[in-house]
Design a protein around this ligand. Sequence first.
Ligand code: AP5
Length: 211
Amino acid sequence: MNIFVFLGAPGSGKGTQAKRLSETKKYHHFSTGDMLRAAIRADAPLGKKAQGYIKKGELVPDDIMIGLIEDALSCLDNSSQVILDGFPRTVPQAEALDKKVSTTVNSAIFFDIPHSELIERLSGRRTCSQCGESYHIDFSPPKKPNLCDKCDGDLIHRPDDKVDVVKKRLEVFTKQNDGLLKYYGNRRNLNTINANKPIETVESELKQYLQ
Ligand code: AP5
């Protein structure tokens, strides 16, 4: 199984790019954040365990996240091409992924962007309350105000996109990120992309790394 891991701060554009790429049907896209939010919407046991952490901007414990990704990958065949968006977030998660039989992390792609840009991105992000599709009021607006293009669901401002929680998420990200960059750097499969460019430019640069 060929795996591409997207690393980067909250709001760096991992989800936007992963969704665009998965529309080509070439890649299976797993966003751990979307999976957790779907579990919360469904009032599932996973959602009950995760919601307190997400609300505070903290990481959900490694054992829960590793189990979630192992289950998701176990449904795929060995020839699959996979984008992991938001996983791994810690070195133990990266180690668990590498230990999984038949998986190879082909490339870890780090979305590099100054943190000063992220508040604007996250304060303008709107997310569909039904299907989880994400928009930006200025950079990627929906066709009809406050309604999802895909399912007509209402768009909301994610509770963890409020400024005080974003600050906590950035703090948590900064604490974990150096270890992850070192981990993939030592394996010589780390690529860095300048994520502070328009969505289409980032997408075309990203495609070069995925080939
Ligand atoms: P998660 O949902 O994964 O949040 P995140 O990593 O903080 O990432 P985001 O979804 O905020 O950002 P993104 O990089 O995808 O940005 P996007 O493309 O939407 O996780 C949420 C929580 O779940 C975590 O805090 C944690 O509690 C838990 N969790 C998840 N995974 C976990 C794990 N593995 N371990 C433990 N806990 C875990 O873009 C943002 C905005 O900018 C959008 O509005 C978009 O339209 C706009 N935009 C995107 N690209 C551009 C561009 N190039 N130019 C201008 N605007 C752009």
